[in-house]
Design a protein. Sequence first.
Length: 67
Amino acid sequence: MLSKDHQYHTCTKHINIRFHFIHWVVENRKIHLIYCPTTDMVADTLTKALPSPKVKHFAVELGLHPT
């Protein structure tokens, strides 16, 4: 992960200044990043076309109830 490993790579040559700020904040332990797998992203139901069972599961997670 680039926020923890600040090694130079050829594909990271033109990284935005925001990345450097995020790296600094993580390095100084101001925030702690936690990995969240895509299967747990509840907002995906609002932004992607998902299969019906996943939409129903996320609707419950969002507190939406069928009428």
